[in-house]
Design a protein around this ligand. Structure first.
Ligand SMILES: [Zn+2]
Length: 259
């Protein structure tokens, strides 16, 4: 095996909080890792105490809409309501935790910034106006991109991944495929998910320009992917991922012993 080389990474966990969040928090605490949890409002409504626990453990909450609709096919007024209702619950969780909210972060469901999901097809020119309108709405709410360490987002039609107000990613662990019942990209087992991580990071190590770049990793907080979470995190670390929160995002009273 080629020598591992450390690179900066940020762990983002989508579709939280779940019945499995508390276990994930313990696993991350044992490894000294803090993450950004992009929450659905409907789940925050169901598990408000879990949201407070995430904050008190030194992690960050982000907004992932109320119930995960496709933002390319809904009225802008509905999009606003999806964001606003979820913001209210996140603000409430921070207030209950007694910790100031470090930043307003947003991630679009399905990677759909208003012109179609990134997985199914490239964004359509017809959606460019909606993409701009949604970005303007996010800025109005005060959403910002985290200051990721050394991350270079690829160029993408109609999107300014580095300049937009939502939070994008550089590596999707794709473990969600295991619960979707529709194998994709040859992923049909946890082993396949882990092998894909190895392959991605082996290629990264061999690419002089990319090897020191940061990665923004997506995993999910579904109950159904509970058994994949720890193996995925450990495999990323084994391959050199050095996880930390973006600058300025450590909770004031949390993270004892951290920076
Ligand atoms: Zn999601």
């Amino acid at each position: 095996m080629d020598a591992t080389r450390a690179f900066p990474a940020c762990l983002t966990i989508d579709d939280a909080p779940s019945e499995d969040t508390t276990r994930k928090l313990s696993a991350l605490e044992a490894r000294g890792i803090k993450a950004i949890w992009f929450c659905r409002g409907e789940y925050l409504d169901r598990r408000p105490d879990v949201a407070v626990a995430i904050i008190q453990k030194g992690h960050v909450l982000g907004n992932h809409s109320w119930n995960h609709p496709a933002f390319s096919s809904m009225r802008l007024s509905k999009a606003r309501a999806q964001i606003q209702r979820t913001e209210a619950l996140i603000d409430l969780a921070y207030s209950r935790a007694g910790i100031p909210r470090p930043a307003r972060l947003f991630r679009f469901p399905w990677g759909d910034k208003g012109a179609g999901t990134h997985l199914e097809r490239p964004p359509e020119p017809a959606g460019a106006e909606r993409v701009r309108a949604l970005q303007a709405m996010l800025r109005e709410f005060g959403f910002v991109q985290p200051a990721f360490d050394g991350v270079a987002f690829p160029p993408y039609p109609f999107y300014d991944l580095a300049g937009d107000a939502d939070t994008w990613f550089t590596f999707d662990a794709m473990e969600w495929v295991l619960v979707s019942r529709k194998p994709r990209d040859g992923i049909d087992s946890l082993d396949a998910v882990l092998a894909r991580i190895d392959a991605h990071l082996r290629a990264k190590r061999h690419d002089v320009e990319a090897r020191d770049r940061g990665e923004v990793v997506i995993v999910h907080d579904f109950e159904a992917t509970a058994r994949t979470f720890t193996p995925i995190v450990d495999r990323l670390v084994m391959n050199g991922a050095s996880f930390s929160l973006p600058h300025g995002m450590l909770g004031h009273r949390a993270g004892g012993g951290g920076r």
